[in-house]
Design a protein. Structure first.
Length: 255
């Protein structure tokens, strides 16, 4: 960094601006602490407490990014890579803790939790290292390793362990694919509906984690809410994929 650039940075941002940027990084990093509390809960056999901590971590992950972009945290603290910090926290809370959940509570058939857990950790690590995680419209390329939503939902729904195994296998394959999944906040297309379904999904998980009352309608929400994400993915893949759109334009131009 040149002396001139340092001078520009010094005049552009006040100490208050810098402190605010550090506060945002601290908010992001706190996700590791929340995830650790969730991991301890799972180790001690408290599944529902673990779910609550995972939900808290998910909320933190959802709010820190927009705040960081609004405050230009990258410009205020250029020596700390917020994206790398976010990926480190995400791998812990979205992969490691959920795999511990899967192992501790026999969500998949006996003697398969090890191989399934290894697979999830492996493909999630590869996805976190992708340079094409998102396209220009903020759609994720591949399933974005959000096992913190999948595995607790399987636990609460109490599906057959073999069905859970198939679900984990499918999403593991999708992690390394180019099938696109919508970011519920960043993707503008039908964002209101996406946020409503995401809120309903988290709300149903939180209710079942706190109240521990198995109300049928709450279970129904836990099934229906993820179907919206699947519907978006299918629509993107078969109706409105960028490649298909470009091909239509080329055909129109040729005719």
């Amino acid at each position: 960094m040149t002396a001139q650039h340092e001078s520009v940075c010094a005049t552009e941002y006040t100490r208050r601006n810098i402190r605010a940027a550090w506060a945002v990084h601290a908010l992001t990093a706190s996700g590791v602490i929340v995830g650790y509390l969730g991991l301890i809960s799972l180790i001690e056999g408290h599944a529902r407490a673990g779910i609550i901590w995972l939900i808290v971590a998910l909320i933190l992950d959802g709010v820190d990014g927009p705040i960081a972009r609004k405050l230009d945290v990258a410009g205020r603290i250029p020596t700390l890579n917020g994206n790398s910090l976010d990926l480190i926290v995400d791998y812990f809370t979205c992969a490691i803790v959920p795999v511990a959940f899967l192992y501790k509570f026999d969500i998949v058939p006996e003697h398969t939790s090890g191989p399934v857990g290894f697979t999830i950790l492996f493909v999630s690590a590869l996805w976190m290292a992708r340079t094409d995680q998102e396209d220009e419209e903020r759609w994720f390329n591949g399933f974005p390793a959000e096992w913190n939503m999948i595995i607790p939902s399987l636990f609460l729904l109490r599906y057959n362990p073999w069905a859970n195994l198939i679900i984990c296998a499918v999403f593991s394959l999708l992690t390394l694919s180019r099938v696109q999944f919508a970011h519920p906040v960043s993707v503008r297309e039908r964002r209101g509906i996406s946020l409503a379904f995401m809120t309903a999904w988290l709300g149903s998980m939180l209710w079942l984690g706190v109240a521990q009352h198995n109300i049928p309608i709450i279970h129904a929400v836990l099934i229906v809410a993820p179907l919206w994400t699947i519907a978006q993915t299918a629509h993107r893949a078969f109706v409105k994929s960028p490649l298909r759109t470009r091909r239509r334009h080329l055909r129109g131009a040729a005719s």
